[in-house]
Ligand binder design. Structure first.
Ligand SMILES: Cc1cc2nc3c(=O)[nH]c(=O)nc-3n(C[C@H](O)[C@H](O)[C@H](O)COP(=O)(O)O)c2cc1C
Length: 305
Protein backbone atom coordinates (compact mmCIF):
# COMPACT_ATOMS: atom_id res chain seq x y z
CA UNK A 1 0.00 0.00 0.00
CA UNK A 2 2.84 2.39 0.65
CA UNK A 3 6.46 2.92 -0.25
CA UNK A 4 6.85 5.46 2.52
CA UNK A 5 9.50 4.76 5.11
CA UNK A 6 7.67 5.23 8.40
CA UNK A 7 10.50 4.02 10.61
CA UNK A 8 12.03 6.34 13.19
CA UNK A 9 15.04 6.14 15.48
CA UNK A 10 14.93 7.39 19.04
CA UNK A 11 18.53 7.15 20.12
CA UNK A 12 19.28 3.48 19.60
CA UNK A 13 15.59 2.51 19.70
CA UNK A 14 14.13 1.72 16.28
CA UNK A 15 10.38 1.84 15.74
CA UNK A 16 8.47 0.66 12.65
CA UNK A 17 6.44 3.85 12.79
CA UNK A 18 6.28 6.92 15.05
CA UNK A 19 2.92 6.16 16.71
CA UNK A 20 3.08 4.82 20.26
CA UNK A 21 0.55 4.16 23.01
CA UNK A 22 0.96 6.38 26.10
CA UNK A 23 1.54 4.96 29.54
CA UNK A 24 -1.50 4.37 31.74
CA UNK A 25 -4.11 4.69 29.01
CA UNK A 26 -4.15 1.09 27.75
CA UNK A 27 -3.12 -0.86 30.85
CA UNK A 28 -0.59 -3.42 29.70
CA UNK A 29 -1.91 -3.43 26.14
CA UNK A 30 -4.39 -6.14 27.01
CA UNK A 31 -7.13 -3.57 27.73
CA UNK A 32 -7.49 -2.58 24.08
CA UNK A 33 -6.21 -5.63 22.22
CA UNK A 34 -9.76 -6.62 21.20
CA UNK A 35 -10.41 -3.24 19.59
CA UNK A 36 -7.25 -2.55 17.63
CA UNK A 37 -4.35 -4.28 15.94
CA UNK A 38 -1.57 -3.80 18.46
CA UNK A 39 1.06 -5.36 16.19
CA UNK A 40 0.80 -2.38 13.79
CA UNK A 41 1.52 0.18 16.48
CA UNK A 42 5.07 1.58 16.59
CA UNK A 43 5.53 1.08 20.33
CA UNK A 44 3.54 0.24 23.43
CA UNK A 45 4.44 2.04 26.65
CA UNK A 46 3.11 0.14 29.62
CA UNK A 47 1.38 1.53 32.69
CA UNK A 48 3.98 2.74 35.20
CA UNK A 49 5.34 -0.20 37.13
CA UNK A 50 6.86 0.16 40.59
CA UNK A 51 8.98 -2.22 42.64
CA UNK A 52 6.06 -3.20 44.90
CA UNK A 53 2.36 -3.29 43.95
CA UNK A 54 0.49 -0.02 44.54
CA UNK A 55 -3.20 0.35 45.24
CA UNK A 56 -3.16 3.95 44.07
CA UNK A 57 -5.43 6.68 45.40
CA UNK A 58 -8.94 6.12 46.77
CA UNK A 59 -11.90 6.88 44.42
CA UNK A 60 -13.12 9.06 42.80
CA UNK A 61 -9.98 8.98 40.70
CA UNK A 62 -11.28 10.22 37.36
CA UNK A 63 -13.47 13.16 36.37
CA UNK A 64 -14.35 14.44 32.92
CA UNK A 65 -14.33 18.25 32.86
CA UNK A 66 -15.75 20.38 30.05
CA UNK A 67 -12.20 20.74 28.77
CA UNK A 68 -10.23 17.61 29.42
CA UNK A 69 -10.01 14.63 31.71
CA UNK A 70 -8.74 14.80 35.28
CA UNK A 71 -7.18 11.69 36.77
CA UNK A 72 -5.53 10.92 40.07
CA UNK A 73 -4.98 7.19 39.77
CA UNK A 74 -1.86 7.44 41.90
CA UNK A 75 0.17 4.93 39.92
CA UNK A 76 -1.92 1.88 40.86
CA UNK A 77 -0.10 -1.12 39.41
CA UNK A 78 0.60 -4.80 39.94
CA UNK A 79 4.24 -4.35 40.96
CA UNK A 80 7.38 -5.60 39.28
CA UNK A 81 7.17 -9.30 40.13
CA UNK A 82 3.61 -9.74 38.91
CA UNK A 83 4.35 -7.59 35.85
CA UNK A 84 7.15 -9.91 34.80
CA UNK A 85 5.16 -13.04 35.56
CA UNK A 86 1.79 -12.22 34.03
CA UNK A 87 2.00 -9.12 31.81
CA UNK A 88 5.20 -9.57 29.82
CA UNK A 89 4.14 -12.95 28.32
CA UNK A 90 1.08 -11.30 26.71
CA UNK A 91 3.11 -8.36 25.44
CA UNK A 92 5.73 -10.74 24.01
CA UNK A 93 3.15 -12.28 21.66
CA UNK A 94 2.02 -8.98 20.15
CA UNK A 95 5.11 -8.18 18.13
CA UNK A 96 5.04 -4.41 18.74
CA UNK A 97 8.02 -2.74 20.43
CA UNK A 98 7.63 -2.82 24.19
CA UNK A 99 8.76 0.12 26.30
CA UNK A 100 8.47 -0.24 30.07
CA UNK A 101 7.48 2.83 32.04
CA UNK A 102 8.94 2.89 35.55
CA UNK A 103 7.77 4.94 38.53
CA UNK A 104 9.35 5.04 41.95
CA UNK A 105 9.51 6.84 45.26
CA UNK A 106 13.28 6.76 45.60
CA UNK A 107 16.25 6.78 43.26
CA UNK A 108 17.22 3.31 44.48
CA UNK A 109 13.80 2.01 43.48
CA UNK A 110 14.15 3.41 39.94
CA UNK A 111 17.51 1.71 39.69
CA UNK A 112 16.27 -1.62 41.09
CA UNK A 113 13.31 -1.75 38.69
CA UNK A 114 15.48 -0.91 35.70
CA UNK A 115 18.15 -3.42 36.66
CA UNK A 116 15.60 -6.21 37.09
CA UNK A 117 13.79 -5.48 33.82
CA UNK A 118 17.04 -5.10 31.90
CA UNK A 119 17.35 -8.87 31.56
CA UNK A 120 13.89 -9.20 29.96
CA UNK A 121 14.47 -9.51 26.20
CA UNK A 122 10.95 -8.36 25.39
CA UNK A 123 11.61 -4.99 26.98
CA UNK A 124 13.28 -2.82 24.35
CA UNK A 125 13.54 0.48 26.23
CA UNK A 126 12.65 2.25 29.46
CA UNK A 127 10.52 5.32 29.95
CA UNK A 128 11.30 6.80 33.34
CA UNK A 129 8.32 8.60 34.84
CA UNK A 130 9.69 11.46 36.90
CA UNK A 131 6.57 13.51 36.41
CA UNK A 132 3.41 11.96 37.83
CA UNK A 133 1.42 14.71 39.60
CA UNK A 134 -0.71 12.30 41.64
CA UNK A 135 1.60 10.67 44.14
CA UNK A 136 2.87 12.30 47.27
CA UNK A 137 6.05 10.30 47.63
CA UNK A 138 7.60 10.60 44.21
CA UNK A 139 6.38 11.91 40.88
CA UNK A 140 6.42 15.67 40.82
CA UNK A 141 8.72 15.90 43.81
CA UNK A 142 11.32 14.34 41.56
CA UNK A 143 10.14 15.89 38.35
CA UNK A 144 10.23 19.45 39.65
CA UNK A 145 13.86 19.34 40.71
CA UNK A 146 16.35 19.34 37.89
CA UNK A 147 19.08 17.86 40.09
CA UNK A 148 16.90 14.86 40.91
CA UNK A 149 16.18 14.29 37.24
CA UNK A 150 19.91 14.49 36.62
CA UNK A 151 20.68 11.95 39.36
CA UNK A 152 17.94 9.53 38.37
CA UNK A 153 19.10 9.58 34.74
CA UNK A 154 22.72 9.05 35.74
CA UNK A 155 21.94 6.14 38.09
CA UNK A 156 19.53 4.41 35.72
CA UNK A 157 21.97 4.87 32.82
CA UNK A 158 24.59 3.03 34.85
CA UNK A 159 22.52 -0.19 35.05
CA UNK A 160 21.26 -0.58 31.48
CA UNK A 161 22.50 -0.29 27.92
CA UNK A 162 18.92 -0.21 26.63
CA UNK A 163 17.50 3.13 25.48
CA UNK A 164 16.29 5.41 28.28
CA UNK A 165 13.51 7.94 27.77
CA UNK A 166 12.91 10.48 30.55
CA UNK A 167 9.25 11.50 30.77
CA UNK A 168 9.09 15.17 31.67
CA UNK A 169 6.59 17.23 33.60
CA UNK A 170 4.96 20.31 32.08
CA UNK A 171 4.50 21.68 35.61
CA UNK A 172 7.87 23.43 35.60
CA UNK A 173 9.02 26.87 34.52
CA UNK A 174 11.64 25.70 32.04
CA UNK A 175 11.24 22.23 30.57
CA UNK A 176 14.32 22.69 28.39
CA UNK A 177 16.58 22.62 31.47
CA UNK A 178 15.20 19.19 32.38
CA UNK A 179 15.69 17.92 28.84
CA UNK A 180 19.27 19.21 28.90
CA UNK A 181 19.91 17.45 32.24
CA UNK A 182 18.55 14.19 30.82
CA UNK A 183 20.77 14.55 27.75
CA UNK A 184 23.86 15.40 29.81
CA UNK A 185 23.45 12.21 31.83
CA UNK A 186 23.07 9.96 28.81
CA UNK A 187 19.33 9.65 28.21
CA UNK A 188 18.46 8.65 24.64
CA UNK A 189 15.32 10.77 24.51
CA UNK A 190 12.74 12.70 26.49
CA UNK A 191 8.99 12.37 26.32
CA UNK A 192 6.86 15.44 26.84
CA UNK A 193 4.44 15.91 28.41
CA UNK A 194 2.86 14.19 31.37
CA UNK A 195 -0.41 15.67 32.66
CA UNK A 196 -0.94 19.22 33.94
CA UNK A 197 -2.06 19.73 37.54
CA UNK A 198 -5.75 20.66 37.68
CA UNK A 199 -8.83 20.38 39.82
CA UNK A 200 -12.64 20.58 39.67
CA UNK A 201 -15.27 21.18 42.36
CA UNK A 202 -18.94 20.33 42.73
CA UNK A 203 -20.65 23.68 43.27
CA UNK A 204 -23.40 22.21 45.51
CA UNK A 205 -21.41 19.91 47.80
CA UNK A 206 -18.43 22.27 47.49
CA UNK A 207 -16.19 19.22 47.50
CA UNK A 208 -13.48 18.32 44.99
CA UNK A 209 -14.61 16.02 42.20
CA UNK A 210 -11.68 13.73 42.87
CA UNK A 211 -10.67 12.49 46.25
CA UNK A 212 -7.03 13.50 45.81
CA UNK A 213 -8.27 17.13 45.35
CA UNK A 214 -5.96 17.73 42.38
CA UNK A 215 -5.40 15.50 39.42
CA UNK A 216 -3.64 15.45 36.08
CA UNK A 217 -5.39 17.12 33.16
CA UNK A 218 -5.14 15.35 29.82
CA UNK A 219 -6.84 15.21 26.44
CA UNK A 220 -7.22 17.69 23.55
CA UNK A 221 -7.39 20.65 25.97
CA UNK A 222 -3.67 20.29 26.76
CA UNK A 223 -2.44 19.96 23.18
CA UNK A 224 -1.32 23.58 22.69
CA UNK A 225 0.61 23.43 25.99
CA UNK A 226 2.25 20.14 25.03
CA UNK A 227 3.14 21.46 21.60
CA UNK A 228 4.77 24.56 23.11
CA UNK A 229 6.83 22.36 25.44
CA UNK A 230 7.97 20.13 22.58
CA UNK A 231 8.93 23.20 20.57
CA UNK A 232 10.82 24.68 23.54
CA UNK A 233 12.90 21.51 23.88
CA UNK A 234 13.39 21.19 20.14
CA UNK A 235 14.69 24.75 19.81
CA UNK A 236 17.13 24.46 22.69
CA UNK A 237 18.30 20.89 23.22
CA UNK A 238 19.62 18.37 20.73
CA UNK A 239 17.82 15.25 21.94
CA UNK A 240 15.07 13.13 20.34
CA UNK A 241 11.62 14.08 21.66
CA UNK A 242 8.51 11.94 21.94
CA UNK A 243 5.50 14.29 21.82
CA UNK A 244 2.50 13.55 24.05
CA UNK A 245 -0.56 15.54 24.98
CA UNK A 246 -4.02 15.72 23.54
CA UNK A 247 -3.25 14.05 20.24
CA UNK A 248 -6.63 13.08 18.79
CA UNK A 249 -5.99 12.55 15.08
CA UNK A 250 -3.28 12.34 12.42
CA UNK A 251 -3.16 16.11 11.92
CA UNK A 252 -2.25 16.57 15.59
CA UNK A 253 0.46 13.92 15.20
CA UNK A 254 1.92 15.63 12.13
CA UNK A 255 1.86 18.99 13.96
CA UNK A 256 3.90 17.52 16.81
CA UNK A 257 6.43 16.07 14.38
CA UNK A 258 6.80 19.40 12.60
CA UNK A 259 7.43 21.00 16.02
CA UNK A 260 10.28 18.57 16.68
CA UNK A 261 8.81 15.27 17.91
CA UNK A 262 10.47 12.21 16.38
CA UNK A 263 7.60 10.05 17.61
CA UNK A 264 4.30 10.66 19.36
CA UNK A 265 2.19 8.92 21.98
CA UNK A 266 -1.58 8.52 21.99
CA UNK A 267 -3.19 8.74 25.44
CA UNK A 268 -6.65 9.89 26.54
CA UNK A 269 -8.14 9.53 23.07
CA UNK A 270 -7.79 5.73 23.47
CA UNK A 271 -10.71 5.86 25.91
CA UNK A 272 -12.92 7.34 23.20
CA UNK A 273 -11.53 5.49 20.21
CA UNK A 274 -9.26 2.52 21.00
CA UNK A 275 -8.41 2.25 17.30
CA UNK A 276 -7.21 5.87 17.10
CA UNK A 277 -3.54 4.91 16.76
CA UNK A 278 -4.13 2.83 13.63
CA UNK A 279 -6.24 5.61 12.11
CA UNK A 280 -3.44 8.05 12.90
CA UNK A 281 -0.86 5.81 11.18
CA UNK A 282 -3.09 5.64 8.10
CA UNK A 283 -3.61 9.41 8.14
CA UNK A 284 0.12 10.01 8.35
CA UNK A 285 0.69 7.75 5.33
CA UNK A 286 -1.90 9.69 3.35
CA UNK A 287 -0.33 13.02 4.38
CA UNK A 288 3.07 11.78 3.22
CA UNK A 289 1.61 10.72 -0.12
CA UNK A 290 -0.11 14.08 -0.58
CA UNK A 291 3.00 16.07 0.31
CA UNK A 292 5.55 13.79 -1.41
CA UNK A 293 7.33 12.76 1.77
CA UNK A 294 9.06 9.42 1.29
CA UNK A 295 10.66 9.18 4.74
CA UNK A 296 8.65 10.29 7.75
CA UNK A 297 11.75 11.19 9.76
CA UNK A 298 12.38 13.99 7.21
CA UNK A 299 9.33 15.75 8.65
CA UNK A 300 10.76 16.06 12.16
CA UNK A 301 11.50 19.62 13.25
CA UNK A 302 10.67 21.18 9.87
CA UNK A 303 8.92 24.19 11.43
CA UNK A 304 9.70 27.56 10.01
CA UNK A 305 9.59 30.46 12.45
C1 LIG B 1 -5.94 7.57 33.27
C2 LIG B 1 -4.52 7.97 33.00
C3 LIG B 1 -3.48 7.25 33.61
C4 LIG B 1 -2.15 7.60 33.37
N1 LIG B 1 -1.15 6.87 33.95
C5 LIG B 1 0.15 7.16 33.67
C6 LIG B 1 1.20 6.37 34.22
O1 LIG B 1 0.98 5.37 34.92
N2 LIG B 1 2.48 6.73 33.92
C7 LIG B 1 2.79 7.80 33.12
O2 LIG B 1 3.97 8.07 32.87
N3 LIG B 1 1.80 8.56 32.57
C8 LIG B 1 0.50 8.27 32.83
N4 LIG B 1 -0.50 9.04 32.26
C9 LIG B 1 -0.15 10.19 31.42
C10 LIG B 1 -0.23 9.86 29.92
O3 LIG B 1 0.69 8.85 29.56
C11 LIG B 1 0.04 11.13 29.07
O4 LIG B 1 1.34 11.61 29.33
C12 LIG B 1 -0.94 12.25 29.35
O5 LIG B 1 -2.24 11.75 29.58
C13 LIG B 1 -1.02 13.28 28.22
O6 LIG B 1 -1.41 12.70 26.99
P1 LIG B 1 -2.94 12.66 26.48
O7 LIG B 1 -3.49 14.06 26.59
O8 LIG B 1 -2.87 12.17 25.06
O9 LIG B 1 -3.66 11.72 27.36
C14 LIG B 1 -1.85 8.71 32.50
C15 LIG B 1 -2.90 9.41 31.89
C16 LIG B 1 -4.22 9.06 32.13
C17 LIG B 1 -5.31 9.84 31.45
Amino acid sequence: MNSIDLSVKIGSLELNNPVMLASGTVGYGNEISEFTNLSRIGGIVTKSVSLKPRKGNPPNRIFETSSGMLNAIGLANVGLEEFIKTKIPFLKEIGSTLICNIAASTIEEYVECTRTLDSENTVKAFEINVSCPNVKDGGLIFGNDVNNVRRITEKVRAVTDKPIIIKLSPNTASIKDFAQAAKDEGADAVSAINTLVGTAFDIYTKKPRIKNITGGLSGPAIKPVALAKVLEISRNVDIPIIGIGGIANWKDAVEFMICGATAIQIGTINFINPNASIEIIEGIIQYCQETSITKISDLVGTYSI
